[in-house]
Design a protein around this ligand. Structure first.
Ligand SMILES: NC(=O)c1ccc[n+]([C@@H]2O[C@H](COP(=O)([O-])OP(=O)(O)OC[C@H]3O[C@@H](n4cnc5c(N)ncnc54)[C@H](O)[C@@H]3O)[C@@H](O)[C@H]2O)c1
Length: 336
């Protein structure tokens, strides 16, 4: 098959492409505008390609908003499936600049789906997020838990889900998998790729940056939640386990199975304090941590129920260890 991956110069997409190279024989094309992704990531992926098998990635530096250019890429290639990562992903920015999020995430995704229909592309795998659940009343969410996003980022993703679901209902030759990611963290265990976006707000990335001295200190936003140590509990998943869920989703769709939505997490949580203490332990650095007020919109506990993906896609996590997640994140941070 020939797979188009959007946003593969970024964090999660690059780990999926790495696995597509190493574990499949699929041809791979990438579209990325390098807004938060990096040419060096594509270079590394091409090196992995050369070390593994013949060929390289067809890489198009292009913005998804340039509809004519994207259409031209589709008409000159024959893709069998699209895995769509390209998006804007910073929640506070989405509150300040919602139109950026609706345009880049919802409008550009809609256009991509339209092209898939026009060029008879069979399968679409979409990066969604636990942010579509907003502040759920339950601490462990299943896919049927009501979706009530509380910021434009989450809304822009949920709207894309709806477009995709309606498009698949109307076209029996088009099927999709929506993956709702929980807290993605860590890096390639061989330290070849990782998360390079310096202003990322993810806890494990920030604690790794603080451990190596890129930040003077870090904050805990609220230590008075109703949890065992008062800090928020989240479901941290290693990026390579998340990546393998995409390969399973691709197999699932190519076997002719029907469109569906899956949570991707480990179904267990760690508190902010537990994460920081693990990062201090693996780095050997007792970095400064201050307590700040709660941020609005942070539920006390948010954990996935991931039974559905484990059963339906036969997805089996391999890196479900907080220590390994912190170590790989730290090693990557030291290398950039
Ligand atoms: N990182 C997380 O914890 C997390 C959690 C849930 C969901 N997601 C979703 O996963 C996907 C990937 O996230 P990530 O963490 O790898 O982000 P990232 O910023 O590292 O990667 C996004 C990539 O898309 C590219 N891009 C953005 N807009 C584009 C456009 N208009 N045209 C072409 N390329 C464009 C960027 O240059 C970048 O390479 C996103 O859809 C995000 O919403 C991420």
């Amino acid at each position: 098959m020939k797979i188009l991956v959007t946003g593969a110069a970024g964090y999660i997409g690059s780990h999926v492409v790495k696995q597509l190279i190493e574990e499949t024989r699929h041809d791979i094309a990438v579209i990325d505008n390098l807004s938060t992704g990096h040419q060096s990531t594509i270079d590394t992926l091409n090196k992995i390609f050369k070390d593994t098998r013949d060929g390289e990635i067809d890489f198009y530096v292009e913005d998804l908003k340039n509809f004519d250019k994207i259409r031209e890429i589709f008409s000159n290639s024959s893709f069998d499936a699209v895995i769509h990562f390209a998006a804007s992903i910073v929640v506070p920015e989405s509150v300040e600049n919602p139109l950026k999020y609706y345009m880049n995430n919802t409008v550009n995704t809609t256009h991509l789906i339209k092209l898939c229909n026009e060029f008879s592309i069979k399968h679409f795998i979409f990066s969604s997020t636990a942010a579509v659940y907003g502040e759920p009343e339950v601490s462990q969410v299943i896919e049927a838990t009501p979706t009530k996003p509380i910021n434009p980022y989450g809304s822009s993703k949920l709207m894309s889900e709806t477009v995709l679901q309606d498009a698949s209902k109307a076209n029996e030759n088009f099927s999709h998998v929506i993956l709702r990611y929980f807290n993605v963290a860590g890096a390639d265990v061989q330290n070849r790729i990782g998360q390079s976006f310096p202003n990322a707000t993810h806890l494990i990335k920030v604690s790794a940056q603080t451990a190596i001295g890129d930040r003077d200190k870090m904050m805990i936003f609220g230590d008075d939640y109703d949890t065992q140590d008062g800090t928020c509990i989240r479901d941290y998943i290693h990026v390579d386990d998340l990546a393998s869920a995409h390969l399973r989703a691709l197999e699932y769709l190519s076997e002719g199975n029907s469109s569906d939505v899956f949570n991707v997490g480990y179904g267990r949580g760690f508190s902010v304090k537990e994460v920081i203490s693990t990062m201090k332990d693996v780095s050997g650095v007792d970095f400064r941590v201050d307590i700040a007020p709660r941020r609005s919109g942070d539920p006390a506990t948010l954990i996935s129920n991931s039974e559905k993906i484990q059963k339906t896609l036969s997805w089996k996590p391999k890196f479900d260890k907080l220590r390994l997640i912190c170590e790989t994140a730290l090693n990557w941070e030291k290398s950039i």
